[in-house]
Design a protein around this ligand. Structure first.
Ligand code: UDX
Length: 437
C-alpha cells in the first residue's frame, strides 16, 4: 500500500516505520528540513528502543522516504495519515491548528480516491472539521473518506505498542474506507475495534484519563499510608489481584508527567464543558497530580525551616525511565519551586540531551550520582532509572551535607536506607524515618 504520514514526530515516525516494516511504500512528510535530512541519513530524531535499526533497515530496502514535499507525497499515496501535534492551550482547549493546516495541504494534493486517517489525538468532532475543510477546498465527497484511528503508544515501548498493542480503534463511516483500513492493519497482531468516528475519538481521551485517575487515586492512598504506617506496595498488590481492577497503573510516586496524561486529562475536561458535562473525577485527578508532584518540596519544608542557600540534588529528570522526554515531568515542577525558594540544584540524568540541559541554565548537571549528591541537604529520586536501584547508598550518605533521602519513586528499601547511614528517609507510602531538625 502507498502511505503518506504527515508529521515525523513521535507518533508519526513510529507509525511510518511500523507500516514500512510490513513492506508498504511509506513517505513521511515533515516541514522541518533538518529533521527530514537527519532521518534520511538513518539518524533517529527521538530516543526509542528499536527505532534506529528499523529506520536503517527500511531506508536500505527503500520502504520509507522522508520529505518536506507534501503535495507530491499525497499525490503518490492511497492512504494519508495525519500525525501532527495537538497541544493544549492555557485554557485547556486543544489547539488543532496543525491538523487544520495539514487538511488544507492534503486537499490540494488529492488526485484520486484517498483515505485520510486522523492519528493525532483530537477532540470529538474533529473528523467532521477535517471532512468539511477538504470539501470546502473543492474535493468531491466521492474522492475521500476521513477515518479516526487514535494511537495508544507508550514512550519507550512505542514500536511494540504500535505493532502489537492491546487494540486498534478504527472510527469509520464508509464501507470503502473500512476495506482500506482492514487491508492496512491486516498484518498487525492486534484486536481491531470498528466503531464510528466520535467513539474512536473519545476512546483515546477516556483511556488516558482513566489511567491517570488510577495513578492519582493510588497516590492519595499512599499519602494516607504515610500517616498511618501502612504500606502502599502491599496495598497496591492486594488491590491489583482483583481482576476487575488489574495491577497496572497502581504504582505510587510523585505523579504522572509526559506528553499525554497532563494534556489529555485537561483536554477532556475542556471538551466535556463544551457539552455541559462536568468531569469532576478528572478535575480531581489533575488537582491531585499537581499536588503530588510537589510532595518532595512539602516534605523538605516540613524538615528544614528554610531552603534558601541549601543545595538539593535530584536523581532523574525524565517523566519516566526508557525515554529522554522531560515534557511535564514532575522534576521540572520541583526544580521550579526550589529555585524560587533560593535553593541550589544539582542533578543527574544520563538520558537528557545537551540541548534540553541548555534550556535550564540555572541548575548544575553532573555526570555521576556521587558527584550530584556532594554537599547536598537532600537527595530526591524523581525517576526510577535502573542505576538508582544499584547505587551505593552508604557512599552517597557520606558525601551529603545532611543524609536526607526523598524517594519519589519508592525504589529504595527503608531498611537499606537506615543501614546506609541516612538520618532521614521519606517514601511515597512505603515508610519513613527521621525527625524534624
Ligand atoms: C501514556 C499512555 O500509557 C499511552 O497509552 C498513551 O498513548 C500516551 O500516554 P506514556 O506517557 O508514554 O504513555 O507513559 P506511561 O508509561 O503511561 O506513564 C505515564 C506517567 O505515569 C509517567 O510519568 C509514569 O511515571 C506515571 N505512572 C505510571 C505512575 O506514576 N504510576 C504508574 O503506576 C504508572
Amino acid at each position: 500500500m502507498k502511505i503518506c504520514v504527515v508529521g515525523a514526530g513521535y507518533v508519526g515516525l513510529v507509525a511510518a516505520l511500523s507500516f514500512a516494516k510490513y513492506k508498504n511504500d511509506v513517505i513521511c512528510v515533515d516541514k522541518d528540513i533538518k529533521k527530514v535530512k537527519q532521518l534520511n541519513k538513518g539518524i533517529p530524531t527521538i530516543y526509542e528502543e528499536g527505532l534506529e535499526p528499523l529506520l536503517n533497515k527500511c531506508l536500505k530496502k527503500k520502504y520509507i522516504l522522508f520529505t518536506n514535499n507534501i503535495n507530491k507525497a499525497i499525490n503518490l499515496s492511497d492512504v494519508i495519515m495525519i500525525a501532527v501535534g495537538t497541544p493544549t492551550k492555557p485554557d485547556w482547549s486543544v489547539d488543532i491548528s496543525q491538523v487544520v493546516d495539514a487538511s488544507i495541504e492534503i486537499s490540494k494534493g488529492i488526485n484520486k480516491y484517498k483515505v485520510i486517517i486522523i492519528k493525532s489525538t483530537v477532540p470529538v468532532g474533529t473528523h467532521e472539521i477535517v471532512e468539511n475543510i477538504v470539501l470546502k477546498n473543492g474535493v468531491d465527497i466521492k474522492d475521500f473518506d476521513v477515518v479516526s484511528n487514535p494511537e495508544f503508544l507508550r514512550e519507550g515501548r512505542a514500536l511494540n505498542d504500535f505493532l502489537h498493542g492491546d487494540r486498534m480503534v478504527i472510527g469509520c463511516k464508509s464501507k470503502k474506507a473500512q476495506k482500506v483500513m482492514d487491508e492496512l492493519y491486516r498484518p498487525f497482531k492486534t484486536k481491531i475495534i470498528n466503531t464510528n468516528p466520535p467513539t474512536a475519538e473519545l476512546i483515546k481521551y477516556a483511556s488516558n484519563a482513566l489511567l491517570a485517575t488510577k495513578i492519582s487515586f493510588i497516590n492519595e492512598m499512599a499519602n494516607l499510608c504515610s500517616k498511618v504506617n501502612a504500606n502502599i506496595d502491599t496495598l497496591s498488590y492486594g488491590l491489583g489481584l482483583d481482576s476487575r481492577i488489574s495491577p497496572e497503573f497502581l504504582r505510587a510516586g510523585i505523579g504522572y508527567g509526559g506528553s499525554c496524561f497532563p494534556k489529555d486529562t485537561k483536554a477532556l475536561v475542556n471538551i466535556g464543558e463544551k457539552y455541559g458535562c462536568e468531569f469532576n473525577i478528572v478535575r480531581s485527578t489533575i488537582k491531585v497530580n499537581e499536588n503530588q508532584r510537589l510532595k518532595p518540596v512539602e516534605i523538605l519544608l516540613d524538615h528544614y525551616n528554610k531552603i534558601e542557600g541549601k543545595t538539593i540534588s535530584l536523581l532523574g529528570l525524565t517523566f519516566k525511565p526508557g525515554t529522554d522526554d522531560i515534557r511535564d515531568a514532575p522534576s521540572l515542577f520541583i526544580i521550579d519551586e526550589l529555585l524560587q525558594m533560593g535553593a541550589s540544584i544539582r542533578c543527574y540524568d544520563p538520558m537528557v540531551s545537551e540541548e534540553i540541559k541548555s534550556l535550564f541554565p540555572n541548575i548544575t548537571y553532573c555526570d555521576s550520582i556521587e558527584d550530584t549528591v556532594r554537599d547536598s541537604y537532600c537527595t530526591i529520586i524523581c525517576t526510577e532509572l535502573d542505576e538508582f536501584f544499584k547505587m551505593d547508598l552508604e557512599s552517597i550518605a557520606k558525601k551529603m551535607k545532611k543524609p536526607m533521602l526523598i524517594d519519589g519513586r519508592n525504589m529504595i528499601d527503608i531498611g537499606e536506607a537506615r543501614k546506609s547511614g541516612f538520618s532521614y528517609y521519606y517514601s511515597i507510602g512505603n515508610g519513613s524515618f527521621g525527625n524534624k531538625k
